[in-house]
Design a protein around this ligand. Structure first.
Ligand code: GLC
Length: 470
């Protein structure tokens, strides 16, 4: 398999993680540069036949649930970033461990809720940048087993609960580790950042220690081996690749190492480009993304639980984003942040339930669809069924009398409202038959068919979609 990416020359620092909202963890100085305005997390390996096959369940899944759960939920600090960004001292951050109980942790209830939401997989933070493992790692003593009143491995029951419900298992693992004594031991070649500002990430000038870095890589590989052997995740959701180069991480070797043991495993792109699919964050891509992708997004402004963050998006807003992901051909990995005891905030539960009831009504226009029409044919997201003879139109707003669809050359067989038997009337005006220019299709949409969130219209075509552009 050939890499489609070139490892970039590292020219100083770049801000790539600006999430743009209050209280939100801001990714500080990073070393991975964007190339031609393409964010680093969009770069993936070229897919060959075998990898296209292994990606199938993922591409049909459409919805996953992201779970950021860790000691940061105790006082509601930003996950890991709180001490990195000096919002609290490292010691105060780590003291949160004393309050992390997992006392109401019920992974089987989580899994049932994810099913109700319409999700097909979930991804839990096995270890965030703070280095606190949620399982009984033998590679260090920094785990919830040793350091918190929870006192037990939280991953085994999670993995079992998901598999019992038929969900695919994803585990998030941050490569970087701001607690590990050997981590801040090297800098990328040509590094010009402020080392003093980032003592958790980089050594002071003259203090570089490549042997310590080798030890860190042994630790990193050791933890990943534990995850592979104990949990066999279907999906490895890596993060935190930006402080070192692909060569320093030995990412290509890591990819081979995991896939030689688990050829079916899916790896996300946060492997300095050696992953299988792109992971845009917090914003639906405006332009189509090549290959497989998944948008990860929070329901409020933060990944982990924060008492102070009540800026929840509404169910409608989340469902709209989901429809936009479908229309742009990607998955949504929707984040929740359980509290320290394992309970999921009510507002997030509600969004998951609303999303689930919308999906169950509109199922045919969700899982088995592909990216829809290019921009310009319809004002809103669209998808196509596998046979490419049904176009689904997602109505983000309530139309005034009708909607318009342009550039469809096919004979229209039927137009109906998804989730009901309601057939809609339509009229075609204009066009130039002698030039194969189709007229504009006006579809009547009476008020009574409008869904509480997003109405979906199925336009059934005679034959495979035949489009006219310009
Ligand atoms: C960003 C955040 C990180 C979070 C991740 C999820 O990288 O900095 O804290 O875990 O997004 O995608």
């Amino acid at each position: 398999m050939k890499s489609t990416i070139k490892i970039l020359p590292l020219i100083g620092l770049l801000l790539i993680g600006l999430l743009g909202c209050k209280d939100t963890a801001v990714k500080e100085e990073t070393t991975v540069k964007e190339e031609n305005n393409v964010p680093a997390h969009y770069k993936t390996m070229q897919q060959d036949e075998a990898s296209l096959l292994k990606m199938r369940w993922f591409e049909e899944a459409k919805l996953g649930i992201f779970i950021h759960w860790g000691i940061y939920a105790v006082n509601g600090t930003a996950e890991s970033w709180a001490f990195f960004n000096k919002e609290v001292s490292y010691d105060d951050y780590m003291k949160q461990a004393d309050g992390f109980t997992a006392s109401k942790y019920d992974p089987s209830a989580w899994a049932k809720l994810f099913i109700e939401a319409g999700a097909k997989y979930a991804v839990l933070t096995s270890k965030h940048h703070d280095g606190v493992a949620l399982w009984d790692t033998k590679m260090s003593d920094l785990s919830v087993v040793n350091k918190t009143p929870a006192g037990r491995d939280l991953l085994t029951p999670y993995v079992k609960a998901l598999r019992d419900e038929g969900l695919k298992v994803g585990l998030y693992y941050s490569h970087l580790d701001w607690s590990h004594p050997d981590y801040a031991s090297i800098v990328p070649p040509g590094f010009e950042g402020d080392r003093d500002r980032n003592p958790f990430a980089y050594p002071a000038k003259g203090e570089e220690n490549p042997e310590a870095w080798d030890r860190f890589l042994d630790f990193h590989r050791g933890q990943i081996t534990e995850i592979m052997e104990q949990f066999h995740p279907d999906l490895y959701w890596f993060d935190g690749d930006w402080e070192r180069t692909a060569e320093q991480w030995k990412m290509e070797e890591l990819r081979e190492y995991i896939l030689s043991a688990q050829p079916e495993a899916i790896l996300n792109s946060r492997m300095s480009g050696y992953g299988d699919y792109a992971t845009p964050e917090q914003g639906v891509p405006i332009n189509p993304v090549d290959g497989t992708w998944e948008l990860c997004m929070t329901i409020n402004d933060n990944w982990g639980f924060r008492q102070s963050d009540t800026n929840f998006k509404s169910s409608r807003q989340i469902i709209q984003t989901f429809a936009e992901c479908l229309g742009t051909g990607g998955n949504l990995l929707l984040d929740i942040g359980p509290q320290e005891d394992g309970t999921i905030p009510d507002e997030q539960v509600q969004v998951l339930k609303d999303l689930g009831s919308w999906i169950s009504k509109h199922e045919e226009a969700v899982y088995l669809t592909k990216r829809g029409l290019p921009n310009g044919h319809f004002y809103g997201p669209t998808t196509l069924n596998k046979e490419k003879n049904i176009v689904y139109l997602y109505l983000l707003d309530t139309p005034k009398e009708y909607i318009t669809l342009k550039g469809i050359r096919n004979v229209i067989k039927n137009i109906r409202v998804v989730g009901s038997d309601q057939v809609l009337t339509s009229k075609k005006f204009g066009g130039a038959v002698w030039q194969k220019i189709p007229g504009i299709l006006y579809i009547d949409v009476p008020e009574e068919v409008i869904d509480e969130y997003i109405t979906v219209i199925a336009v059934e075509l005679e034959g495979e979609l035949d489009l006219y552009h310009n």
